[in-house]
Design a binder for this molecule. Structure first.
Ligand code: HAM
Length: 411
């Protein structure tokens, strides 16, 4: 697990703000969920044979011997909250959440054991328009962040559980004779989770899969129609996408629509956001049958994408650095600080330590601030300030305190 230092934290905050803003505009409400949940929520919700549960979950015994887990994702927790608070059917909640998730994966660029997701889930909507709306939300966020050209939306229809069971049997039957030629992961998956073989990046396995049965031939007509409607909605909104037969997603709860945004610009961990429909999850967790659909975006990966595609974030924590020449001007300096903080959005830092003027100016420069505002004895007695531009050759000016904001805001 890693520390996120201030500059990266600023980038992450920017991404969170973009999601928060767009989700508010689509009338989704924030929910804050616990980080620790009963382990069996994920066993049941995601499926015991999924990688996230079988191989990657941080689980432990509580002091009273309850089996708990650090949440690997937010959908199961969100669905549990809906059941616990009986919000399912009548309220048709549209919720979003942000926070850390935990998976014991092998760390590499873009893959961390503690990572940050922002997700949204809509419960009680069975029509295709909500699937489309969630795709639209994410598209709006990528557009806002200037990343639309760096990501590709891939989408697929995986049908209901019955269709997948029939497909699974056909796939296993087709792959069994090739067993010796499959990569070792796929060999194992042939027993534990055959659909995930479709995700394999191994060349030879991919080649064998070319002639394999196709999931879409097993999906029922209603589901196929529903999927076509979603694609028509995307076409009408001019949202580009690729239908990807191999996209099956890694959790058991998915039904029908699944989607992912991928990028070629951040290395092997290429999925920056993913989601889909999960119509059986609420019932599985003890609620009344209720549709569900949602997405979760990987904020750390979007941050990598932002730094890969954009010029350096203009990062600084301070705009105005305030310096009193002597301790006698300290209360005047506080008055100046209050005036700037109350009258503008500028970030103001007062130099609080005693010392020589030269040292104070070096701190001002190091802070990244645009201006140093300086108050000496004569400034204080005449209620003036001296303003020095730290990032340009402009000449220092001395203005009355009441005219200071005009100078700072004119820049
Ligand atoms: P997921 O595909 O497991 O889906 O995760 C969603 C996103 O979280 C990924 O696309 C990726 O950007 C990010 N992510 C996942 N694992 C890591 C990691 N180890 N390090 C960094 N980023 C990571 C879900 O979690 C589902 N709950 C999505 C969903 C919501 N489906 C329906 N509603």
């Amino acid at each position: 697990m890693r520390d996120i230092l201030p500059e990266d934290a600023a980038r992450i905050a920017l991404i969170e703000d973009a999601f928060r803003d767009v989700l508010n505009r689509y009338s989704y409400e924030e929910i804050r969920l616990p980080i620790v949940e009963p382990k069996n929520l994920f066993d049941r919700g995601l499926g015991e044979s999924t990688d996230a549960v079988a191989k990657e979950m941080y689980s432990f015994l509580d002091r009273d011997n309850s089996e708990l887990a650090l949440r690997p994702e937010g959908t199961a927790s969100c669905a549990r909250a809906i059941v616990n608070h009986s919000m399912a059917h009548e309220d048709k909640p549209r919720l979003w959440y942000v926070g850390p998730m935990f998976r014991h994966e092998r760390p590499q660029a873009g893959r961390y054991r503690q990572f940050q997701q922002v997700g949204a889930e809509a419960f009680g909507y069975s029509g295709p328009a909500i699937d489309f709306e969630l795709v639209q939300v994410v598209t709006d966020v990528f557009e806002k962040l200037g990343l639309l050209d760096s990501v590709t939306l891939i989408i697929n229809n995986i049908g209901d559980a019955a269709a997948r069971a029939r497909f699974r049997d056909a796939l296993v039957e087709y792959l069994n004779p090739f067993n010796a030629d499959l990569d070792s992961d796929s060999k194992q998956r042939l027993i534990s989770n055959p659909l995930r073989i479709l995700d394999s990046k191994n060349e030879r396995t991919r080649c064998i899969l070319k002639e394999a049965p196709r999931l879409k031939d097993f999906v029922n007509e209603d589901s196929t129609k529903r999927f076509e409607t979603i694609l028509e909605m995307l076409d009408a909104a001019q949202i580009s996408y690729e239908v990807a037969d191999q996209l099956v997603r890694g959790f058991d709860y998915y039904t029908d629509t699944v989607f992912e945004w991928v990028t070629e610009r951040i290395g092997a961990q290429d999925a920056v956001c993913a989601g889909g429909r999960y119509d059986g999850l609420i019932e599985l967790l003890g609620g009344r049958p209720t549709s569900g659909v949602g997405f979760a975006a990987g904020i750390d990966r979007i941050a990598l994408l932002l730094s890969a595609t954009q010029e350096e974030l203009e990062y600084r924590s301070t705009d105005v650095y305030l310096i009193a020449l002597g301790e006698e001007q300290r209360s005047y300096l506080s008055e100046i600080a209050r005036c700037i903080r109350q009258g503008t959005n500028l970030r103001v830092r007062e130099h609080t330590e005693p010392g020589r003027m030269g040292a104070k100016m070096r701190w001002a420069d190091k802070s990244g601030a645009i201006w140093a505002v300086i108050a000496g004895e004569s400034e204080a007695s005449e209620r003036n300030v001296s303003i020095k531009w730290l990032r340009s050759d402009r000449e220092q000016v001395r203005v009355p305190l009441c005219g200071m904001l005009d100078v700072l805001e004119a820049a």
